[in-house]
Design a protein around this ligand. Sequence first.
Ligand SMILES: *Cc1c(COP(=O)(O)O)cnc(C)c1O
Length: 446
Amino acid sequence: MTAQLSTRPVPTGPADDALWPLTSRATDDGDLVVGGVRLTEVVNRYGTPAYVVDEDDVRERCHRFRQAFPDAEIAYAGKAFLCRAMARWVAEEGLSLDVVSAGELAIARSVGFPAERILLHGNAKSPHDLHSALDHGVGRIVIDSATEVARLAAATGGRRRQPVLLRVIPGVDAGTHPALTTGVEEQKFGLSLDSGGAEDVIRLILGQPDLELVGLHCHVGSQVSQPDAHAAAARRLVTALARIRTEHDVTLRQLDLGGGFPVPYSSAETTFDLLDHARRVRAAVADMCALHRYPTPKLTFEPGRGIAATAGITAYHILAVKHTSTGHAYVAVDGGMGDNPRCSLYGARYTVRLVGRRPRGEMRPTSVVGRFCESGDVLAVDVPLPADLHPGDVLAVAVTGAYHHSMASNYNAVARPPVVAVKDGRARLLVRRESDDDIVTRDVGL
Ligand SMILES: *Cc1c(COP(=O)(O)O)cnc(C)c1O
């Protein structure tokens, strides 16, 4: 524990600073320090696999979004990564919160997240979701279908007028993975501006005295690679606001442009210029408002990945090393698609480094695979790793803070990893590791 900390990259993997949490530092003896804590210390104390979250990184990303959009509301999309501590950090940083279920809402409630700063989303909210949201008095509910209008109005029971947004399809292709594309006509989210679907639901909402339509919402997709997708959506939606004013004589004041801010997962991907992006979106809104003589609406953005992804890394132990007849090196770790389903869902690939010792010998292309019984359980393909990797070594995988813990499964009845927060030289457990008992306890029939 006495090795000198240095900012020099350790030659144990691709040393791309943008991919590791903001407080990361490499040590001369080959360790990685995050939040002032050595990763080997975290591993010794909590075991592997373990999700490690850099609290300062999360708070700094929240701050950067608020700085980039000083007049807008930033609503963190909790589906990316939510636990009670995360909800508290986000609340303390002055953000709002998107939830998509009664469960996420329960997490938010348990830390007293201000109800007026919570938005409920979902293309098919259950009666339980809606009742929980109304009980808690959430600030806005985003309506996504005609049936939801009557269901929600009935559920309000005349308690109060519930502010709602309407999710519409902006007709913008974000240029992302098909499973992450949500801005085009042929998918399950939102109502069409082109076909009149949105128009019909607006009429329904305006006819419900217990619902107050306050604005429009859209989300073009996740990991958006098309730089102007948000600006294009903004132009489209301001035009829609102007049309609604003409047809219904209501001036909606809120425009929620969703999330989708991309993050790089490898050094081959470019980093995203948030400030430049913010300027373009603001300009698009300003231009269209001027064109339609429409008062500038209050904007909301909903970053999920952009706040949580880079703050998180996953630590694994190597369990097996193999060499194929063609000379390929395969390193198998004690986790995989159970804690990281993005590999098998989207073919996502990751950046990996050895931690805890200095490597001997050269780097060579190595594939890192998981322990789950599917051949698609692959975390990294032909990434440069030390040739002397052996069972017992610790590998750290970068950019696992978003859509990992929240998407984890018990496939193969493997217990889910803990979430450990690091900050100011201290590690603390946020979510404990599941036990085999947890898995058996739920199984109540015989
Ligand atoms: C998933 C989602 C987000 C967050 O997306 P990111 O790509 O993580 O930023 C925001 N808003 C809505 C409605 C979503 O469905």
